[in-house]
Structures are given as C-alpha cells and as structure tokens.
Ligand binder design. Structure first.
Ligand SMILES: O=C(O)CCC(=O)C(=O)O
Ligand SMILES: [Fe+2]
Length: 188
C-alpha cells in the first residue's frame, strides 16, 4: 500500500492500491453485496489496521449486522450508493460526545474506499483544505480500489474543523463507496 499525502491541513492521504483490482471491479462489488461479506470485510479491517498502524486486535470483534454500531474501535462498514444527481453536502464525520462522558470518545479517522470508477462528478471534496497555493479546497477523484484516509481529530484531541468534507453531485453513472469509521484507539 502506498500512502500519498493529499493535504496536510486537514490530514488527508490517498491510497491508490488499497484494494487489489480483483476486489474492486464492479462484479466483485456485486459479489460482496450478495453475501461474500465476511472475507472481504476482514481483509479491509486488516488493511485499515496496517495503514493506520493501530493494533489490529483493536479492530476485532466486529459483527456482521449493518448500521453504525460501536463495537470495537471500528464501526461496521457502511456501503453507500449515490445515483446520478445525488450528493452529500459538506459535513463533519465526528460526532459530539455526551458531555457526561469524561473520555469524550468520537470518530477519530475516516477510511473511505471507492468501489467503482465514477463516470463524471462524485469527487470527495474538502472545501476547507488549505495549502500554500490556493484556497480552493481539495478534491479527490473516485477510483475503484482507491482509499482516502483522513483524520477528524487533531493531535490534541480537539475536532479538526478543516476535516469538513462532502461528496460532489454524481453527474454520470453511479458511485459506490464504503466508509470505515475508526474511533480513538486509546479512549474508544
Ligand atoms: O461521498 C463521498 O465522497 C464522501 C462520503 C462521506 O463523507 C460520508 O459518507 O460520510
Ligand atoms: Fe463524511
């Protein structure tokens, strides 16, 4: 796996070869959805642990049911499909923890895995990303097998406002992706 820095503020990385071509063709996506869930998801969780250098034991004990359940530091994979004309307006992935929980756990990082090539549109956009050259934000083109890793929290434990992102409107074709949300490896 090769990690490319896409942005420093917020911290966004692109991994072009996250899934091998075999797993990232459209027919494999269909296979996955029709029930081959456990072997592929297992592999994705293992790769996520390797990529983030977080102990893979912390990713275990996930169960198969869908929905955003917090059962280890990793949530269940959320598979998303956008049809032509659909989008996800800019938002943050972190969730505000209960004020009564002194550990204030939240979504620490997001691993987003593109499952197909989008014919037109559907870029993942970070409108607040800044760099030396412009203030136009960052856009990442969806490509089958490519993953994007970004951090919703800063090193000091505060939320990173610059991690705001969204999915541009799909102009042609469909867009499939999987979200893997990773919680703080220390406090959960
Ligand atoms: O569609 C995208 O590229 C981003 C998806 C996203 O941000 C989310 O599902 O939370
Ligand atoms: Fe998001």
């Amino acid at each position: 796996m090769t990690l490319t820095v896409a942005s420093v503020m917020p911290k966004v990385f692109r991994i072009d070869d996250f899934l091998s071509p075999d797993n990232s063709t459209r027919s494999s996506t269909n296979t996955w959805l029709s029930g081959d869930t456990s072997s592929l998801t297992k592999k994705i969780y293992e790769k996520a642990a390797k990529l983030t250098r977080i102990d893979s034991n912390l990713f275990q004990n996930f169960h198969e049911s869908s929905g955003a359940q917090h059962h280890s530091i990793a949530e269940s994979l959320q598979v998303v499909r956008y049809k032509k004309g659909e989008e996800y307006t800019p938002h943050h992935d972190f969730v505000s923890p209960s004020i009564n929980d002194r550990y204030q756990p939240s979504r620490f990082a997001t691993l987003l895995i593109y499952l197909n090539d989008v014919e037109e549109g559907g870029e993942t956009r970070f409108p607040r990303a800044v760099n030396n050259y412009n203030a136009e934000g960052l856009e990442i083109q969806p490509k089958a097998g490519t993953a994007v890793l970004f951090y919703n929290m800063l090193e000091d434990g505060n939320f990173d406002d610059l991690s705001q992102h969204g999915g541009n409107k799909v102009l042609k074709g469909n867009k499939w992706l999987a979200n893997l949300w990773i919680w703080d490896p220390v406090i959960g």
